[in-house]
Design a protein around this ligand. Structure first.
Ligand SMILES: [Zn+2]
Length: 119
């Protein structure tokens, strides 16, 4: 299998480089990178990383994010005592963010069909 080399490779970030929220542009609390695959311009699959940014404003109504926000508000940092809890909550939050992104992709596709008159 070949990959589309025209796609930019994700850059490596340190833990300290938390991104601003892409929705409201306020400082993010946590940035997670997770593996993903998409199709490049040539139609070939491309593997890479996507980002999810935890935002105290935009994610306050998301159930999985609420647990992460509560942990950050309570402890303010990850310690040996809460590492296991942090990992468990982070995995649930990333899965929730990934599902939300997939729903947005389905919505965009349906919008395209609606605008073309297919629906
Ligand atoms: Zn936000």
């Amino acid at each position: 299998m070949t990959t589309d080399r025209t796609e930019a490779a994700p850059t490596r970030r340190s833990v300290m480089d938390t991104l601003p929220c892409p929705r409201c542009r306020q400082p993010g609390l946590l940035t997670a990178l997770y593996p993903d695959m998409w199709h490049g311009r040539s139609g070939q699959p491309v593997s890479g990383l996507k980002e999810a940014v935890l935002c105290a404003v935009c994610d306050r109504d998301e159930a999985a994010a609420q647990d992460m926000l509560a942990l950050v508000d309570t402890d303010g940092q990850i310690s040996p005592e809460n590492t296991e809890l942090f990992i468990r909550l982070a995995v649930a939050w990333v899965e929730s963010a990934r599902r939300h992104e997939l729903d947005v992709a389905v919505l965009a596709e349906e919008e395209k069909h609606w605008r073309s008159g297919e629906l």
